[in-house]
Design a protein around this ligand. Structure first.
Ligand SMILES: O=P(O)(O)OC[C@H]1O[C@H](O[C@H]2O[C@H](CO)[C@@H](O)[C@H](O)[C@H]2O)[C@H](O)[C@@H](O)[C@@H]1O
Length: 395
């Protein structure tokens, strides 16, 4: 079997303005400006910054330290607010009137993909559907222990059936091996570590590249750093009950689902302290999880584009990509689809959320239903074509 192994640098040749390392370690003045504008949560180590600033600014070292401390405190508390805001996992049993109104206007903007199934099907006429599926919260229900997030047998069957008709990829924040162990379907593409680690099946009937396996790593050079930060974080957060660090190969997840809310600020501060020594890593958020990843311009949206290109559908009008996901990190893929005016993003959520997705589904059981409908539709179409073909043969 021939391998199509692509590195980020090689891929850069094809896709313009990508993969730029955002963090500039060579300019301490620039760094201070970056921290002051609060565009990053974490500032670099202070002593180094102060030394580099030397006599360039007219305030005392003590005052500057105090200002930086205040800023850091403010940033951690902003971060804790954001940890609260980004975890709207439960709906109240009796929502208040404004909430009901908000939900109904939201659902008009992001209607149910089940109730609007015909619309989606009519948009797919004459096009090849390519299916992208997030894992946690989309194919498996959210549970307290990340190691127990199993998908149901029925969901696996639905995904297997979909992959019979359409090229299908799992795009996850988890490391590729782990998500493969949950899904266990060889015929799929897997994009782990938020799309930074991609591997395709050795053979796919829809793949133009024939007998080649697609392999892509976007951030190999960050591996040693990620291992180092993983160890430091495990060590630091061991004092916080319920906190857990998950090693996702090219990124890390710091889980706070089982941490008492009173300890969220302490947890955020510990993460800040560890990350302050690693300006080339950045922090994003998911559902009760802080995600640490390289500051490269690569995300689930870029993974989607890469996979479409690998399948021979770059800039093609003959494809209808459908991406289903529940998380903040899936928004990168929804944005790409919206921006390219290509296919549909479907957000899995029970609550109204800011999203670039076109449609919505409430929970994984609705995702399963949607996949089943797609399979029924496609198998019906193919049977129809077969019998028409036979009739023509007989006549
Ligand atoms: O991109 P995804 O496949 O959605 O992965 C995102 C993160 O999912 C997992 O965490 C989430 O699910 C856990 C199990 O249900 C839950 O305990 C946690 O609170 C959620 O954030 C996974 O453990 C992370 O590593 C992924 O980054």
């Amino acid at each position: 079997m021939e391998l199509l192994k692509t590195s980020r640098a090689e891929y850069r040749g094809k896709m313009t303005k990508q993969n730029v390392v955002v963090s500039d370690c060579t300019s301490p003045i620039g760094k201070v400006r970056l921290a002051a504008s609060d565009s990053a949560l974490f500032s670099p180590a202070i002593p180094k910054t102060l030394a580099a600033l030397g006599g360039r600014i007219a305030i005392s070292k003590k005052k500057l330290m105090k200002r930086l401390d205040t800023r850091r405190g403010a940033r951690v508390s902003t971060w804790v607010d954001s940890m609260r805001d980004s975890s709207p996992t439960r709906t109240k049993s009796t929502p208040s009137l404004p909430e009901t109104e908000e939900k109904s206007s939201w659902i008009l903007r992001h209607p149910s993909a089940l109730e609007n199934f015909e619309q989606i099907i009519s948009a797919s006429k004459g096009k090849q559907i390519v299916m992208f599926l997030d894992y946690d919260g989309t194919l498996s229900p959210i549970v307290e222990d990340p190691d127990q997030a199993f998908m149901s047998v029925e969901m696996r069957e639905a995904v297997r059936d979909v992959a019979r008709y359409f090229p299908t990829a799992i795009v996850s924040g988890r490391c590729r091996d782990k998500v493969y162990n949950f899904v266990r379907l060889e015929e799929l593409f897997y994009a782990g570590s938020h799309g930074m680690d991609i591997k395709g099946p050795s053979k796919h009937r829809k793949c133009d590249k024939g007998n080649q396996a697609v392999i892509f790593e976007a951030a190999s050079e960050f591996l040693p750093m990620i291992v180092e930060v993983y160890k430091a974080l495990v060590n630091e957060i061991s004092s916080i009950p319920g906190a857990k660090v998950e090693n996702n190969k090219f990124c890390l997840s710091v889980h706070f689902r089982c941490v008492d809310e009173k300890s969220w600020a302490a947890l955020a501060e510990q993460v800040r302290v560890v990350l302050s020594a690693y300006p080339k890593l950045k922090l994003t958020q998911g559902r009760k999880v802080l995600e640490i990843r390289p500051t490269i311009k690569w995300d689930k949206g870029k993974a989607l584009e890469f996979l479409l290109e690998s399948l021979g559908y770059a800039n093609s009008n003959e494809v209808l990509p459908i991406y289903i996901g529940d998380d903040q990190t899936d928004e990168d893929a929804f944005k790409v689809l919206r921006h390219n005016g290509q296919g549909f993003g479907i957000l899995v959520s029970r609550v109204a959320k800011e999203t670039s997705a076109s449609y919505s589904l409430q929970e994984p059981s609705e995702v399963k239903e949607f996949l089943r409908l797609l399979v029924e539709q496609e198998s019906g179409l193919q049977k129809g074509q077969d019998s028409r073909g036979k009739r023509r043969g007989q006549g």
